[in-house]
Write a protein that binds this ligand. Structure first.
Ligand SMILES: [Zn+2]
Length: 375
């Protein structure tokens, strides 16, 4: 397969809280906040959809509490679209003393060591309580490297959990907190393609999920330490198999050049903690490449962080000032760095969208319409 073949598409994903222009980058709002960046600034930056992490919100403040307060949108005052992950990735990466069975995963909280049991049904219950526009099937993110036997076993679990996630979701999705006020609309549920770095397992996974008929499809288990050409190979393998009229989401990627490359291949949605996490460590993504703002050479640099960027940070502040904030451990440092990096990421997607939209015949309408009552 020609991996550089352009297959990018400009589309629109219609969700109950917001119609999202794709390809889109989704800032990660782990515990109900995109770290260090207020919601009104996210709006100003043009973010249309953000992520919430089910694992974190389940542990604190608790999904029942958020349900009682009307759902996550209302709790954090975010009027745009949201997506929650299934909790699986964090259960496997953050928690301690995991015990995986066909039934689910028992784990200890990384906060206080308390014991919890997550099943596909429980993940759906938590995600319905949180009430993001898009929920994700409960899966096991296969680690890298994983041998063939391990990848097969992990995929078997993920496929069984996908079926249970879907059945549970369909039976209960009318319980989403905004069901009535949104005229009977409800959430969408995406399935997650796994299969490690084995092409045939990925294919098998995609085929079985498509049979189940999810509202959209994610490619998971990438950017977990594998070489970048392998990431690209897996994305290129799976993308053409996914239905053209449903959103395609690659989870947890990537660097600026990667998200641009994947968007041009036909990926509609991506998320990554990188722009905000790197920002808090002083790493800025700019049109001139990555810069570490802590560097001595910026001590009296009066230029903007990125001369080609017109974000609110670059219009107002100098590299010297951002360096000073970083060295002084000022809280504003993480905020300003994060705002610029998010503006940079969102700007890449805006540019790709404009370029795709100018080519006749590339306009595709991918609609996940607000659905009628689900039961
Ligand atoms: Zn900027």
């Amino acid at each position: 397969m020609d991996q550089t073949k352009p297959g990018g598409r400009r589309a629109r994903v219609v969700l109950p809280h917001q119609t999202v222009e794709t390809p889109v980058f989704m800032p990660v709002g782990t515990a109900g906040t995109v770290k260090a960046v207020p919601q009104d600034i996210l709006e100003t930056l043009g973010a249309e959809i953000i992520l919430g992490n089910t694992y974190h919100l389940y542990l604190r403040p608790g999904h029942e509490s958020i349900r009682r307060m009307g759902g996550l949108h209302r709790f954090i005052s975010w009027p745009g679209a949201m997506l929650t992950d299934s909790g699986g990735f964090q259960v496997f990466s953050l928690s301690q003393l995991r015990k995986v069975s066909d039934e689910g995963v028992r784990f200890r909280s990384h906060l206080d060591g308390s014991s919890h049991f997550f099943t596909p049904e429980h993940s759906m219950d938590v995600q319905i309580a949180l009430g993001a526009d898009i929920a994700m099937a409960f899966d096991e993110c296969t680690e890298y490297p994983a041998d063939r036997h391990r990848a097969e076993e992990s995929l078997r679990l993920t496929m069984a959990w996908a079926r249970r996630s879907l059945d549970s979701f369909r039976a209960n999705c009318h319980q989403v907190p905004w069901h009535e006020e949104r005229g009977g609309a409800t959430q969408s549920l995406f399935g997650i393609v796994q299969g490690g770095m084995y092409r045939d397992l990925r294919r098998q996974s995609a085929e079985r999920l498509i049979e189940m008929d999810f509202d959209g499809y994610a490619i998971g288990g990438l950017s977990v330490g594998e070489p970048r050409d392998l990431t690209l190979e897996m994305i290129s393998e799976v993308l053409p198999m996914l239905p053209a009229d449903k959103p395609r989401y690659v989870m947890g990627v990537g660097y600026p050049d990667e998200i641009e490359q994947y968007a041009r291949l036909g990926v509609d949605m991506m998320d990554c903690v990188l722009p905000t996490r790197a920002a808090r460590h002083g790493l800025l993504f700019t049109s001139e490449g990555r810069i570490n703002i802590k560097g001595n050479k910026y001590r009296e640099d009066q230029g903007p962080p990125d001369p080609a960027c017109d974000c609110m940070v670059c219009r107002r502040y100098t590299r010297a000032y951002l360096r000073h904030l970083m060295h002084s451990g000022e809280a504003l440092s993480g905020t300003l760095n994060s705002i610029h990096n998010l503006a940079y990421y969102l700007g890449i997607m805006r540019r790709v969208r404009n370029e795709l939209g100018q080519e006749p015949g590339k306009q595709i309408s991918t609609a996940v319409a607000p659905k009628a009552p689900c039961s």
